[in-house]
Ligand binder design. Sequence first.
Ligand SMILES: [Zn+2]
Length: 615
Amino acid sequence: MTTLVDFARDLRDRIDIVDVIGNYVQLTRAGSNWKGLCPFHREKTPSFMVSPTKNMFHCFGCHVGGDVIRFVELIEHVEWKEAVKLLAERCGIPMPKLSFRESVRSDVKKTLYEINDLSAKHFEANLCAALQQEGHPVREFIERRRLDSETIQKFRLGLALDEWGRLTEEIRRAGYDLTQAVGAGVLLKHPDSGRIYDRFRGRFVFPICDNVGRPIAFGARLYLPDAPDDQPKYINSPETELYHKGEHLYAFHLAKETIARKRYAILVEGYMDAIRLHQAGFTNTIASCGTALTSDQARHLRRLCDRVVFVYDGDDAGQKAMLRGSLVLLEHDFLISIVALPDDHDPDSFILAHGADKFREHLERASDFFEFFLERAKAMFGVDNVSAKTQVFRFLVPILRKVTNAIALETYLRRTAAELDTDVRALRRELAKASDKIEVRSTPPRQAAISTAPVIERYVLKLSVENEELRFVILEHIQPEWLTNELVRKWFEVCRDRTLDGLDVDWESLLSQCETEAGEQEAALLRSIALEESEPLEAVDELIIRNVAARLEQAYLRKEWGKIVETCAQLFPNEPQGEASPEVAKRIKTELSRYARVAREVRPDPLVWRNTGFC
Ligand SMILES: [Zn+2]
């Protein structure tokens, strides 16, 4: 029996990646690659490359990349397995029979989807019937909230009747095992009697959907004006096999296209806020619905846009949630704006009271999140004396520490200094102190490190991977320590070790080793080298390699020489340079003769250099 992984590998090799991606992105030929505008970040000049020969894509702007399955995962917002299925369907290739365990698992999930869908339909039908009835209290609820029928349909809004067994009965009639429906979260089982009954009763129901619009859970609120006080206003489905809190954002499936087009998302707190904004035409709205924004959600959103506008409640809880959410978004390099609605309005009540145009005005005047929190801190602590000012700054420190953009950070510090009437250098010192105390800043992103690697070093690595014949010449003539870039050096050494061990050396095996051992970020860097346009590799011969080697060694020795001179200066700070101890003098002499030998032996041919593009 084929495993899904084998099947996916086969499928990937049979599919033309340019064909698939070409359905989403307009591609034009660029050498052996194809290029176009990246669908995952906003850009005006194409930096999105697709290589049919290497069977991969990579964006030099936002560093996403991978194989064709990864592309479908990202663009369709689906899991890996779903992406394989979509691709197989599109190419008319039947999916393999799954192993017993896999098929049981996927059957269970399939049933859970069906039960959720059946429940959503049941609630929709209840609402539809209730709306036909004169004087039904839910009619008054809908009229008061001015929800139109298009919105009700789009969000699949529904009604759970105030009875114990209506949904249970329907699920039983449809032939499902009730225990599975308990597992889906729509029914409950009494712990003592074992009786199974409806979880949602006498409530207005909001289905929560996954990224492709399948209901996976429900939120339900009391809607009767005289509802008993002892019950919570909102209840939600529990976590299930399909629904994990902090993974889904409400209305994401309805908003994703507009978010990608407008490159920003409006983030609100509640179901009704999201629904209201969609109905008023702000279709790039999503809601966090009571859970704190998670890093997963932020990462997901980052593929669609780079800006988020918070429109949370003005109360203390809302502001705290916004601050926490901002810190998560900052880690993913979002631009963040904040709309503060007047008079303790939430977006729902604001639009009901003042209309969509007034809301748009507020949206257009959204303040930068930092200004917002600076004002808030000033309001909380004041700026009248030293201790108040210190408190304001302490409040801002966690925010400032997350700001990765140097220009933004400098701007914020200057703003703060002006407000606190203090010197910006003092704030910078305080911030550095606070950062030292709390953590050693997490390792800086490595992509910066490799993209600044000298062209010649990137080329050496590329050649060693792609040209087997020259690989041996390169390994013979070039020492890893001559490479100044840490990552290039590391993967050059991997090439050498794999060669010595008789393992395959090609981008696919290197990338899969990289993904398991070092992670996606480093893999992105390797892909960028793999897809880099360069001089034709065939034009390179042994002479060129020897020249490259000499050049690298010279640069290496020059740097070593610099180090020695520096050591001398340190050893004899008051002496003129060169008056070294015998030991140092000896070292200098050895290095110098080595340097001289290299310089004498190899005279790069200027013509050859020009041809390889290294001059
Ligand atoms: Zn991109």
